[in-house]
Design a protein around this ligand. Structure first.
Ligand SMILES: Nc1ncnc2c1ncn2[C@@H]1O[C@H](COP(=O)(O)OP(=O)(O)O)[C@@H](O)[C@H]1O
Ligand SMILES: [Mg+2]
Length: 254
């Protein structure tokens, strides 16, 4: 099942400033990762928080989500609900997450199960709507950079269309050097700007973690924007303090 975008969405919400015919500002970031489950949502929240601490009004999107629960209001995804809660702007769930699918499987496969093709137009329209009301929009991808969204397009194509600089989340574990370098190479090959990468400690200890991080830093021509320690409980404030919010907020103020 899916929450297909409703053509009358904005009419029902009663406001449409900036959804049509507005010059896009492209302020914000597209958060991708070396894999699924690497900390994209947590770091999206931390990036939002640090931008807010720097005085910016921050909106967020989780445009494509598989792994949703059916509620009385429709399909709801945990990541999308989290970014909605942390947003500076109150808006309807459908704006944050236009494409929602129940099974926690690859989005294009989940879409095919319900006879749907994921289109970018509703995402771009909602992004413009949020961008017009905020100083920055932080968009969380789905899975990694090359995840397909339909037969022709991928997360990479979506990031290209949104014209946002990319933040790459790297889960620090065995094998992540390869995944980080491949992802960084692919992001650049897509024509996107890699704003930087964030090292996320998803386990309490990893052998040679400092050497792993240094190995990636030496080979990726984009700054290490933060190193997030292992945190069994989500603490957005604590995470945000280890992110280079000055650099990120400056990029949004330009
Ligand atoms: N810094 C961290 N410390 C401890 N656990 C983490 C950390 N980052 C992520 N996790 C764990 O990994 C899971 C996936 O994180 P999440 O942000 O949802 O990843 P993604 O959005 O990439 O799928 C979280 O629910 C949490 O259990
Ligand atoms: Mg997530």
């Amino acid at each position: 099942m899916t929450n297909s975008p409703h053509p009358d969405l904005y009419a029902r919400e009663g406001a449409l400033p900036g959804a049509e015919g507005t010059t896009r500002t492209h302020k914000g970031f597209f958060v991708t990762g070396t894999d699924t489950g690497v900390g994209k949502t947590r770091i999206t929240l931390a990036v939002m928080y640090t931008l807010q601490q720097h005085g910016l009004r921050v909106a967020a999107m989780k445009p494509v989500a598989s792994g949703c629960e059916m509620t009385a209001q429709g399909l709801r995804n945990e990541d999308a609900l989290l970014v909605q809660q942390h947003s500076s702007i109150e808006c309807a769930y459908d704006i944050i997450n236009p494409w929602a699918f129940a099974p926690a499987i690859a989005p294009h496969i989940a879409a095919a199960h319900v006879g749907v093709r994921i289109e970018f137009a509703p995402i771009i329209e909602r992004f413009n709507f949020l961008a017009a009301q905020s100083d920055a929009v932080v968009v969380e991808g789905a899975g990694g950079w090359q995840v397909p969204l339909n037969d022709e397009q991928s997360i990479a194509d979506l990031a290209v269309q949104l014209q946002l600089p990319v933040i790459l989340v790297v889960a620090i574990r065995l094998g992540c050097i390869n995944h980080a370098l491949l992802s960084a190479q692919s992001i650049r090959a897509s024509g996107c700007r890699l704003a930087g990468w964030i090292a996320n400690h998803v386990t309490p200890t990893v052998s040679e973690s400092a050497a792993i991080i240094a190995s990636i830093a030496d080979r990726v021509a984009a700054p290490l924007l933060g190193e997030i320690g292992y945190q069994p409980e989500l603490n957005v404030d604590k995470m945000a303090h280890t992110i280079d919010g000055a650099t990120l907020s400056k990029a949004c103020k330009r």
